[in-house]
Design a protein around this ligand. Structure first.
Ligand SMILES: [Ca+2]
Ligand SMILES: [Ca+2]
Length: 467
């Protein structure tokens, strides 16, 4: 039984154990290549599981989604009670095929505990240890260490075979009519919510959440651009789970900002106790703002709180910001050019944005935001490939905006000693850092799998023909 996850450490372990003898080495190499070959399919499944619909049409499953789940019986290692899968007709069942040594199985367990806490008796989790060498007492101590308060037993009647389990962890979700509704092999943290969502699909959630005790305190003396933090409190009653919570702050002329909050379960309630840092550009023109919560559960049932009024301490900002000094220094760092920019600014109240932008042939090309908007001096740097040498013109624009939307900008040429003779308007290679660069190219996983598969086959062919 192999363990499946994103890091194929089992391959590394086999590689480490290969230092045996030269005769054996080639056989091990073949074995490794065969494993790499099959692990390609594993990787494919682990990846494809982020898109649940992929599973329905996937031919590798012995039990297809939409078909009857094979019945079986299993004895709990501690209570010694024997259960049949068919005993649970009428409620969703989740099968968790595992072994105590499987690190990805362990990684999944907090999510299973979470699911058990949310759904309680509305679903049944059954963990099935598929390693026949593991004793009941081993499994029992593992269960206690990981709070597995559901049915846990060992696979005494080849349940794993019946479900086509070839790697663990392997999860099967079975609906109220004992039809397989979802399957997943391998585990990565992002699959926890996917498993939860698949269970939600099977269960009704007709009770809307209710917000009680919504209140706030201001962090600091008052809510202003100098202390823009609000601590928000609320209790929420919800029968299943709070799926989304938004704090909506509204100002004059229908302006509003929205913040996602993260309620924590506390017994039968969900508690919100979070500090929100309000956008100062939004805060500045307001004398007061309205605050309300919108809470929804998984099925979209919603509750909206009453609106609380929060007074704002207002400051007037009448003078425009000033660029006092700009220093630009160009240097060569290995095979790249580095342009260091230092700016000294003067602002009477609060700067909400500041950008340095490189202009290529007078067109906006490569902006960099100032991160510390409340400081009076600012340094940033651009790293560019040497194709910059082919630019006809390279200019730098500094742009500042204060809370009152007073804007100032200044453009200056970047003093370089670069060769202007090859003055072309070709697109330069992407800057190595930036905020508006295109997304990094992602090699499609399928291309990767095809490549590895072809490589493995070629290697096997080569080794067999070498003799
Ligand atoms: Ca609900
Ligand atoms: Ca100002």
């Amino acid at each position: 039984m192999k363990e499946l996850g994103f890091n194929h450490s089992f391959l590394e372990n086999i590689n480490k154990g290969v230092k045996i003898s030269e005769n054996m080495k080639q056989k091990y190499n073949i074995l490794i290549l065969v494993i790499i070959f099959f692990s390609c399919f594993t990787v494919k499944n682990v990846y494809s599981s982020s898109n649940p619909s992929d599973h329905t049409g996937d031919t590798i499953w012995k039990i297809e989604v939409g078909t009857q789940a094979p019945d079986f019986s299993i004895t709990d290692v501690d209570s010694k009670i024997t259960y049949k899968l068919s005993d649970f007709t009428g409620k969703p069942v989740m099968l968790d095929f595992f072994a105590t040594w499987c690190t990805y199985c362990v990684q999944a367990l907090p999510h299973l505990v979470d699911i058990y806490e949310i759904f309680g008796d509305d679903i049944q989790i059954i963990s099935i240890d598929v390693d026949e060498d593991e004793t009941d007492s081993q499994i029992s101590s593992f269960r206690k260490a990981h709070d597995m308060d559901w049915i846990v037993g060992s696979d005494k009647e080849n349940i794993g075979d019946a479900y086509g389990v070839s790697g663990i962890p392997h999860f099967v979700i079975i609906d109220q009519d004992q039809i397989v509704s979802y399957q997943l092999i391998g585990f990565a943290e992002e699959y926890g919510p996917i498993i939860k969502d698949e269970i939600y699909k099977l269960l009704p959630d007709t009770v809307a959440p209710t917000i009680t005790d919504f209140q706030y305190t201001i962090v600091g003396d008052n809510l202003s651009i100098y202390s823009p933090e609000v601590r928000v409190f609320a209790n929420i009653t919800e029968d299943r789970e709070v799926y989304s919570t938004k704090l909506i702050l509204s100002g004059d002329s229908d302006t509003e900002v929205s913040y996602s909050l993260n309620p924590k379960r506390d017994g039968d309630f969900f508690i919100i106790n979070e500090t929100v840092s309000v956008d100062v550009a939004f805060l500045y023109p307001q004398d007061e703002i309205g605050a309300k919560l919108i809470v929804s559960d998984f099925k979209g049932n919603e509750d909206i709180s009453s609106v609380l009024t929060i007074p704002i301490t207002h400051y007037d900002d009448t003078s425009i910001p000033e660029i006092v000094k700009i220093d630009v220094e160009v240097s060569e760092v290995s095979d790249k050019f580095q342009i260091d920019v230092g700016v000294v600014i003067q602002e009477d109240l609060f700067l909400v944005s500041a950008n340095a932008t490189l202009l290529k042939n007078y067109e906006r090309w490569y902006p960099k935001p100032l991160m510390q908007v409340n400081s009076t001096s600012w340094k940033t740097s651009f790293t560019l490939s040497k194709t910059m040498a082919h630019l006809c013109e390279l200019n730098l624009t500094i742009e500042l905006m204060d809370v009152a939307s007073n804007i100032v900008h200044e453009t200056l040429p970047v003093p370089t000693d670069l060769d202007p003779s090859g003055c072309e308007v070709d697109e330069p290679t992407e800057p190595t850092e930036g905020t508006d660069t295109t997304e990094p190219t992602k090699t499609p996983i399928s291309m990767f799998i095809v490549f590895i598969t072809l490589f493995s086959l070629a290697s096997i062919y080569y080794i067999f023909n070498k003799k």
